[in-house]
Design a protein around this ligand. Structure first.
Ligand SMILES: [Zn+2]
Length: 297
């Protein structure tokens, strides 16, 4: 009898250990910033645990990586990042994590970039890295994510493909909706000034024109002369609106100075980060579409 009890207990322990192992067997993924982390989570569902290196509100162009991030990379199975020179800090971080088995996936691979804006630090690797403002490009990211997760975890191929397919359908809806929103803006008003050079793909895909940036390089503040040039651009525009981006510090003051000079208004567009108000890529893009229409119609 006693022997039988012990057998039961050991069997339960084995089963519990088995369950514990299952829980830990989720793919450990790391993404460079919040938008990419969301895309990985949309495809990976409960089979993938994804961490974003840069938290909500952080700026992917600049990041002082710490040993904590090196540790999460060292423990990860796979790292997803945008590439094309956006995350200038990532190679150093991966080196400092000292892991050789990590799978590194550049999501912008295979896309043809728009040119970077001159004097912008973005263009040093030959193009504008902000692909995700064109929904078609995000579909490309999602397909790569699905393929990579399947290669790591072929037993769940059907699961990843089903989730990717459902999300691609959501993206098609978003894309059509954006086209519709922009079509309601009078053609002569489809121009805007953004904080930094992050909306070229949005403009290119949906028929808008970016007529200026508050900063040409997120590393430096604009001069009084730069602001004067922007003020004269705004003065000629039907809608004196300026868009700021929540991830960059100092910009609200600059935008307000500029807006007060021309009697204009300041709106927020999400560019390089999610936030608690827009916690997913879809939320961010729906917010941006609504805001563009409200500001420019
Ligand atoms: Zn940017």
């Amino acid at each position: 009898m006693r022997k039988c009890q012990w057998l039961m207990i050991s069997l339960m322990l084995v089963l519990l250990a088995g369950c514990g192992y299952q829980a830990q067997a989720k793919i450990q993924a790391v993404a460079s910033f919040s938008i990419i982390a969301d895309l990985v989570a949309q495809v990976g569902g409960d089979k993938v645990e994804v961490k974003s290196i840069i938290p909500f509100g952080g700026d992917p162009h600049h990041w002082e990586a710490t040993s904590r991030e090196a540790i999460s990379i060292a423990k990860a199975d796979i790292l997803f990042y945008n590439g094309l020179g956006l995350e200038t800090w990532i190679e150093k971080l991966v080196d400092s994590a000292g892991t050789s088995s990590l799978r590194k996936v550049v999501l912008s691979q295979g896309l043809i970039p728009l040119p970077g804006v001159s004097h912008d630090h973005h263009d040093h690797q030959g193009g504008d890295p902000h692909f995700w403002h064109d929904v078609d490009h995000v579909k490309h990211y999602v397909k790569i994510i699905s393929r990579e997760l399947t290669e790591l975890d072929p037993g769940n191929q059907e699961y990843y493909e089903r989730r990717a397919q459902a999300y691609l359908e959501e993206l098609t809806k978003l894309d059509n909706w954006l086209v519709e929103q922009i079509s309601m803006i009078p053609v002569e008003n489809r121009k805007f000034i953004s904080y930094h050079a992050s909306f070229n793909y949005l403009a290119h895909r949906y028929g808008l024109e970016v007529i200026g940036h508050i900063v040409t390089n997120p590393d430096s503040e604009p001069s009084a002369r730069d602001l004067g040039v922007l003020a004269s651009v705004l003065n000629k525009h039907n809608r004196k609106v300026i868009f700021i981006e929540p991830q960059a510090a100092n910009q609200l003051r600059l935008a307000e100075v500029l807006a007060s000079e021309v009697g204009g208004k300041v709106y927020t567009l999400y560019s390089d980060s999610l936030s608690s108000e827009a916690p997913t890529y879809l939320d961010m893009m729906y917010h941006n579409g609504k805001t563009l229409l409200e500001a420019l119609k």
